[in-house]
Design a protein around this ligand. Structure first.
Ligand code: DC
Length: 218
């Protein structure tokens, strides 16, 4: 029997770091659903489609083949057979993903892929709609959040460590805009499932959050 842990929450709450750690500790597969929306978004950018053109996004989503493989425990996303892991973390791709993920045809395609993965294996899956839509019967559901200020500070430190120029006010504004977009779209908006446990990581370490989730699995 496969077991599933669903972790939803806003951008920068630490979902992927925590989910990866739990997957390692439990020997489950980590499924990063945001990476799938990002791969689709990359296709729309490369095809010259505007983030506002929902008819073109719907039509193009029919041509896209997004698949996942695991190499040494790392999720690799293939876009029409091409490994795009190195391309999907750019800011521009994240912005397009936040817009194109509101599209019904994009979501239908990716939700099907996500459910198929969870049917086959025990998973820790993170995203925005995992507990509410993709895996409504997940064994454990967590809504992981943190204040926008803490999330901006974490992102700022990450970029600074990579010597990338940035300012914390702009980062926090982008985070607030992204939250608004993800929480207010019509289809599967980001929200806490009624049966999800709320965890605020603002004053918690990564280990503390991971341990809290592992305790929920007992
Ligand atoms: O988690 P992320 O930043 O990689 O996600 C990129 C975008 O994809 C995010 O703005 C919202 C969207 N997304 C979604 O709508 N549903 C998911 N399950 C995961 C991501």
């Amino acid at each position: 029997m496969s077991y599933s842990i669903a972790i939803d929450g806003p951008a920068g709450a630490g979902k992927s770091t925590i989910a990866k750690l739990i997957a390692k500790k439990k020997g489950y597969i980590y499924v990063d659903t945001g990476a799938m929306y990002r791969a689709m978004a990359l296709y729309f950018i490369e095809s010259g489609i505007s983030s506002e053109d929902s008819a073109a996004i719907s039509a193009a989503s029919k041509d896209v083949d997004v698949t996942i493989k695991y190499e040494n425990g790392e999720q690799i996303v293939f876009l029409n057979g091409r490994n795009v892991n190195g391309l999907i973390r750019q800011e521009e791709v994240g912005k397009m993903a936040s817009c194109s993920s509101a599209n019904k045809d994009v979501r239908e395609k990716l939700v099907e892929l996500q459910r198929a993965l969870a049917n086959k294996e025990s998973v820790v899956m993170d995203g925005r709609d995992i507990g509410t839509c993709v895996l409504p019967n997940a064994d454990v559901k967590v809504y992981l959040t943190a204040s926008s200020h803490v999330r901006a500070k974490r992102r700022y430190e990450e970029l600074k460590a990579k010597n990338i120029e940035c300012d914390i006010e702009t980062i926090e504004k982008d985070i607030i805009d992204r939250d608004y977009q993800d929480m207010n779209r019509e289809i599967s908006p980001l929200k806490q499932a009624p049966d999800a446990v709320l965890l605020d990581s603002s004053d918690m370490t990564i280990e503390q959050v991971a341990d809290a989730i592992i305790d929920l699995c007992k």
